[in-house]
Design a protein around this ligand. Sequence first.
Ligand SMILES: O=P(O)(O)OC[C@H]1O[C@H](OP(=O)(O)OP(=O)(O)O)[C@H](O)[C@@H]1O
Ligand SMILES: Nc1ncnc2[nH]cnc12
Length: 191
Amino acid sequence: MESLRQYVRDIPDFPKPGILFRDITPMLANPEALTAAVDAMAAPFIDAGVEVIAAAEARGFIFAAPLAMKLNAGFVPIRKPGKLPFDMHSFAYELEYGTDELQVHVDGVKKGQRVLLVDDLLATGGTMEACCRLLEKCDAEIVGCSFLIHLEVLGGAARLSPYQVQSVLTYGQDDEEAELSIQNRQPGPSV
Ligand SMILES: O=P(O)(O)OC[C@H]1O[C@H](OP(=O)(O)OP(=O)(O)O)[C@H](O)[C@@H]1O
Ligand SMILES: Nc1ncnc2[nH]cnc12
C-alpha cells in the first residue's frame, strides 16, 4: 500500500506559511490508485456491521460515497454552516490552519445506528472529533474512523482515543523532517 504514497503531492506553505499540504488530487485522478485507496479504507470494517457512513465536506465526501456503496451502507453528510435545510446539531472546532463549524441533520442518523466516519486526512483531529460529537448527539454507535492519510505528529489520534482509528498512509516525524530539509536545501555549487 506504500505505493499509494507516490500519488500524494507535497505542497509547502499552503494554505498558510509553515503548513506542508498533502495534496491527494494526483491520487484522485488515477483510477487504479483511487480504487485501491477506497478498498484499503473499507477493508478493516468489511465485517463490522456498518449501517451508515458519515463524512464532513468537502474532501470527506469524495471517499464517503464509494465506501458506503462498498459496505452496503447509507451516507449522511456533515456540512459547514448554511448548507443543511432541516433541523440540525452543530459543533465548532479548531483546524490545523483555522477554525470552523460543522452540522448534521437531527434525523440523519437514528439512535443506535452503527456509523463509520470517513475523511481523507487526520491532522489535529479537530474535524473528526467534531464529527464524533455530532453523532454522539444523534445517539449513534460509532464503529470507528477511517482515513486515507494520518499526519502522526499533529496528535489527532489521541483526540479520537475512544474509537477504532484506521489509516492507509501514515506520515511520521521522520517524513516531516526529511521533507522539510529537502524544501530548505540551498542549491550547491555547480561542478
Ligand atoms: O484533523 P484536522 O486538523 O481537523 O484536519 C483535517 C481536516 O482538514 C481538511 O479539511 P478542510 O477543513 O481543509 O476542508 P476541505 O475538506 O473542504 O478542504 C481535511 O479534509 C480534513 O477534513
Ligand atoms: N497538512 C495538511 N495537508 C492536507 N490537508 C490537510 N488538512 C489539515 N492539514 C492538512
